[in-house]
Write a protein that binds this ligand. Structure first.
Ligand code: R5P
Length: 264
């Protein structure tokens, strides 16, 4: 941290709460390659009410300008890569936002997908390094998002490789999946904060348990989407995730913060 410029440190402190060094980022950027994901059809109705509970909102510039109130105090982590849709080869991304526009939007951080082992690995790494160079000029940190292709295994060996490459090449934080075995070796080998990705919707207790284990193993918080906005109780769920992340609340106790399912 100390080696970073003041602006960069200030933006990182907006995303990662200084009291805990952790974040609960709400990811709603899915539309940039998969269109209106279930739960994100009406971001104005489903997501805007959750903003006060999120440490940061990961989203696109289109959604920021069209739907997120500029009066919101929640920092924006701006999706800055894109190109292919779910109908094409996903690793064939390009940078999709200039750093000047990210600064204009008051982004606290920019996010870029990195496909280690993917068909367009080098191109996606180059997207990240170009974004880091631009971010250095503007004091805007870069979140590298490790995308795992369908034929790759999300184990600690792969995640160590992917996260370390991103950090070595300049990412200021890395978003990656949790793995049940040896996740602590992933966070230990990565010299910048590792944020756990949410992934597909799980039962709430399982999602809270995964978040708990990830932060106990050294993650600097979570970047969760579907496990929050596809929950029947998204506001209570994001507060339960925050209790796990910032207060190290046990998953069972955090689960009790959710309304009980109605008796059949
Ligand atoms: C993943 O690579 C993208 O950033 C997603 O659009 C999003 O962040 C995923 O969130 P989740 O898997 O928690 O729904």
């Amino acid at each position: 941290m100390a080696a970073l410029d003041w602006g960069m440190q200030s933006r990182l402190a907006q995303v990662f709460r200084p009291e805990t060094g952790r974040t609960v980022m709400l990811a709603i950027d899915h539309g940039y390659f998969q269109g209106p994901t279930t739960g994100l059809e009406r971001v104005d109705l489903s997501i805007v009410p959750l903003l006060p509970y999120a440490d940061a909102l990961m989203t696109t510039r289109g959604m920021v300008r069209s739907t997120i109130p500029p009066t919101s105090r929640t920092p924006i982590v701006l999706r800055a890569s894109g190109g292919p849709s779910i109908l094409k080869e996903l690793s064939d991304e390009r940078l999709a936002v200039s750093m000047e526009d990210a600064a204009r939007l008051n982004a606290a951080m920019v996010a870029v997908q990195v496909f280690i082992g993917g068909e367009h690995e080098t191109q996606s790494v180059r997207n990240m390094t170009r974004l880091v160079d631009a971010g250095q000029r503007y004091g805007i940190p870069v979140l590298a998002v490790t995308a795992v292709g369908r034929d790759l295994t999300r184990d600690a060996r792969y995640l160590r490789l992917a996260t370390r490459i991103c950090a070595e090449l300049g990412a200021h934080a890395v978003k990656t999946y949790y793995c049940a075995e040896d996740f602590d070796t992933v966070t230990a080998a990565c010299p910048v904060p590792v944020v756990m990705a949410g992934g597909k919707k799980l039962p709430e207790l399982e999602a809270l348990t995964m978040a708990y284990r990830a932060v106990e193993a050294g993650a600097a918080g979570v970047d969760m989407g579907r496990n929050i906005f596809q929950s029947e109780h998204p506001a209570e769920m994001i507060r339960a995730v925050a209790a796990v992340v910032h207060e190290s609340m046990k998953p069972g106790e955090a689960y009790d913060l959710l309304p009980r399912p109605a008796a059949p």
